[in-house]
Design a binder for this molecule. Structure first.
Ligand SMILES: [Zn+2]
Ligand SMILES: [Zn+2]
Length: 176
């Protein structure tokens, strides 16, 4: 997702360019499996400091369910807004001092910006800690591993061992 911003860096503050994003077969992260093209929009605006880029992407990820381990497809709509700062002076080509902003991205010395890393981070943030194939996924039986979405298994309900130890102590009349 590379964009050449050389002309925009020479333009007055407030000038903006808009691009449609369409990427086939782009993998964002080794832990993410993108199974659709990535479609979206980018607006790149000249600011005092550099560039402000905002927009959105639509993509579909292949995830596995935290509870039942089933593979499922998760469509995502992710918005982003990021600052990019120049690393070289657009007129002289000389290196500029490093930017202090922690979450800003560099415009490289060929005046290219790459949205891939910004979008990768946004997609990771958009994912819940627990990914479920559906809201009420019943998960797997902890004893036999049966997929409880397909119906109950023959296992007896689990006994809470901490509770049964306490119960035994109380029956014996001894202090725990
Ligand atoms: Zn599930
Ligand atoms: Zn079971």
């Amino acid at each position: 997702m590379l964009y050449n911003v050389a002309q925009l860096m020479k333009a007055p503050v407030g000038t903006s360019l808009e691009y449609a994003i369409h990427e086939e077969d782009l993998q964002l992260d080794e832990d993410l499996k993108v199974i659709s093209p990535i479609d979206g929009h980018a607006r790149i605006r000249r600011t005092n400091q550099g560039l402000l880029v905002d927009g959105w992407v639509d993509l579909t990820l292949e995830l596995s369910c935290t509870r039942c381990l089933e593979i499922f497809e998760q469509p995502l709509h992710v918005t982003y807004m990021e600052q990019f700062y120049p690393t070289v002076d657009i007129v002289t080509g000389l290196a500029l001092p490093p930017n202090e902003e922690e979450d800003a991205f560099p415009i490289d010395d060929h005046h290219l910006i790459d949205l891939t890393e910004a979008i990768r981070q946004r997609v990771l943030l958009a994912l819940p800690m627990v990914t479920l194939c559906r809201e009420d996924c019943a998960g797997l039986c902890a004893q036999c591993g049966h997929d409880l979405n397909l119906g109950p298994c023959d296992c007896k309900p689990e006994v809470d061992t901490r509770f049964s130890v306490l119960e035994k102590l109380l029956q014996n009349g001894s202090e725990p």
